[in-house]
Write a protein that binds this ligand. Structure first.
Ligand SMILES: [Zn+2]
Length: 389
């Protein structure tokens, strides 16, 4: 995913932080620091509701004398944000570990502001594997929520000073509630929440996977629209609108991903690549290159030197060259030398994924270092259209 920072590896899976997640820390610090008193009463309310249901639990009251002091609210806010980060990470890890157990490779785990994404390497999981994989995350969140909740009662029972206990109960209680909310939110039966996956796994036992996905994604989109309308019209709430927006995009991406996985299944790059490729030589002058672009309407050419692919030159490379220098330059002065290439027997889904991940429109296909053909995003989209009839 673009805009992510790699922060490490666990069980061989790269873990990344999305830029939106970094925004969560100051946002939380601010949201919490703004009104500690009110938040403390809300947390007490939740726990005393639990104490009301389970009679053996004591009531909780939060001493806010330390919590309210100067910069402490913001410090506590950062603590809660980091705790949430930990909770989302454990949630994603649970999905990934179950996937690994079924022999599904995990490309990476990315942590976003509203949760995480585990991107799966190969094809889609089989429905019978998807169900436990999808449930693993929310159940882990529920377990974490209960664990934080128990810690609240534990701190409450110890004899540490009330102001310090108040601050600890505030953080632990907040995290307990957030993790239970993460559990509940993810069980909503709509993509891209885990509940959408559960729904798809169930639907897929009685219909083709692509249709099951479309239904789950459409429910996700409808849900996002309703949530967005609610956020705009009834209670003006920007956070709700942002969440609705993310759900809509997520549902759309999921159905798109499944669509191409199903439609492009079993196709190899060599099945669709263009074999007659117009190439340029490293010594082609840039004005000649521009003339070729006009003549062929192609905006990129592989650069070939005696049959060997040495680079790629695109309209962007021309744009980067100041107009005044273009007459004196050759293709080799402006071309891109580090190339993404694939062999002819690579899967078409792999080519499409590479294009999406790297934001490129075409991939040269090479055998050894000899150019064998080229595959473009347009070619792949056309094949998808053809396969839908
Ligand atoms: Zn999940």
């Amino acid at each position: 995913m673009n805009g992510s920072l790699a922060i490490g590896k666990i069980f061989g899976i790269p873990v990344k932080l999305h830029i939106t997640f970094l925004l969560a820390i100051p946002l939380f610090a601010w949201l919490i620091g703004r009104d500690v008193e009110l938040t403390a009463r809300v947390i007490e309310g939740f726990f005393n509701l639990a104490s009301g249901i389970f009679g053996f639990l004591p009531t909780i009251s939060i001493d806010t004398s330390l919590l309210g002091a100067e910069f402490i609210p913001y410090l506590v806010g950062v603590g809660v944000a980091l705790g949430l980060f930990f909770g989302v990470f454990i949630h994603e890890l649970a999905h990934s570990l179950l996937a690994l157990r079924h022999g599904i490779r995990i490309h990476s785990i990315t942590l976003l502001i509203l949760g995480g994404v585990s991107s799966i390497e190969d094809d889609l999981p089989e429905p019978r594997h998807e169900l436990p994989m999808a449930l693993a995350g929310p159940l882990t969140s529920l377990a974490l929520g209960i664990l934080f909740g128990l810690m609240v009662y534990l701190v409450n029972a110890t004899a540490i000073s009330p102001p310090l206990a108040g601050a600890s109960i505030f953080v632990l209680g907040y995290l307990g509630i957030l993790n239970v909310m993460l559990f509940a939110f993810n069980l909503i039966p709509a993509f891209p929440m885990d509940g959408g996956r559960v729904l798809r796994a169930w639907l897929a036992t009685r219909m083709p996977l692509a249709r099951a996905t479309k239904i789950a994604a459409d429910i996700g989109k409808a849900f996002a629209v309703l949530m967005g309308l609610f956020g705009v019209l009834l209670v003006f709430n920007p956070i709700l609108i942002i969440i609705a927006f993310f759900i809509y995009i997520g549902a759309d991406q999921e159905s798109m991903m499944v669509r191409y996985n199903v439609l492009l299944k079993d196709l190899r790059v060599s099945d669709v690549m263009a074999r007659e490729v117009i190439t340029v030589s490293p010594t082609t002058p840039v004005p000649e290159l521009i003339r070729m672009m006009y003549a062929t309407k192609h905006l990129a050419f592989p650069v070939v030197d005696q049959g060997v692919l040495t680079g790629m030159v695109t309209l962007d490379d021309v744009h980067r060259t100041p107009e005044i220098d273009r007459d004196a330059r050759q293709v080799r002065d402006i071309m891109t030398r580090t190339l993404v290439t694939l062999p002819p027997d690579a899967l078409l889904t792999a080519a499409f994924r590479l294009m999406t991940q790297q934001g490129i429109g075409r991939i040269p296909i090479v055998e050894g270092s000899i150019l064998a053909g080229i595959v473009t995003r347009t070619d792949i989209l056309r094949v998808m259209e053809l396969r839908e009839i």
